[in-house]
Design a protein around this ligand. Structure first.
Ligand code: ADP
Length: 220
């Protein structure tokens, strides 16, 4: 049993997605109970998560024995076995787990999970594909769509802004985006002021409407 289930996260399915998620939670100081039917995966994660158990999450009794009904947050990271994903999610909802997250591998899969009442349905491959498309397309190093046509991008400065201060660059008026933070080649990120001078080797964190943020990064 985990000491405080309320603060912990249970991750069901320790494939590529589930294990990466579980390890990242551990790295940010969150206790994780990992569950998978595969002995090999369970052994591989042993000692790297707070608890790792070999179990079948479609068995109600098994989930009860693992005190899954006491968890506040459970992630169903089963993709390829649709039946197991749906059965597991419906058990968690029946237990009344307040925050059920589930990965969907297709739109249909996602639609079923949402109809069941899963609180957060995520599409890791679709989302990552879309995110990387913006990196391939523009000169930008990272792209996060914040929703409602607003995005944050990490990019090198367009050539015509190098040597100017943020105030002189007047990006909000001319390009509809805001330079939020700057990373110097020899330092970490810091919030910029209107007096910050944009250097050729700096990285900029720019926010604004998606198209405009993208256009800024591509120097157009
Ligand atoms: P990924 O693409 O992230 O690797 P997969 O869908 O291939 O995702 O992996 C899902 C994981 O879920 C596998 O490791 C599999 O053993 C596990 N899994 C599938 N069904 C169950 C189940 N009923 N109970 C627990 N784990 C399961």
């Amino acid at each position: 049993r985990l000491a405080a289930e309320a603060d912990s996260v249970a991750v069901i399915g320790l494939g590529r997605f589930g294990s990466a998620l579980a390890l990242e939670l551990m790295a940010s100081d969150t206790d994780v109970l990992g569950i998978d039917t595969s002995e090999e995966l369970v052994q591989g994660m042993n000692g790297r998560l707070t608890h790792v158990v070999r179990a079948d999450s479609t068995q109600e009794e098994t989930l009860r024995e693992l005190s899954i009904p006491d968890f506040e947050r459970v992630v169903v990271a089963i993709g390829s076995d649709l039946e197991a994903s749906i059965l597991t999610a419906s058990l968690l909802l029946e237990f009344g787990v307040p925050q059920v997250w589930a990965k969907a591998v297709s739109d249909q899969h996602g639609a079923i999970l949402r109809r069941l009442g899963v609180h957060n349905v995520v599409y890791p491959e679709k989302d990552m594909g879309r995110r990387i498309a913006h990196r391939v397309r523009g000169n930008l190093q990272d792209f996060v769509e914040l929703g409602d046509d607003f995005a944050a991008v990490r990019t090198r400065p367009p050539a015509d802004l190098v040597g100017r201060t943020v105030a002189e660059a007047r990006t909000r008026d001319s390009r509809g985006v805001t330079i939020t933070a700057i990373k110097r080649p020899d330092g970490g990120w810091h919030h910029c002021t209107t007096d910050s001078v944009i250097g050729p080797d700096d990285l900029l964190l720019v926010t604004g409407p998606t198209r405009k943020a993208e256009r800024f990064a591509s120097g157009r």
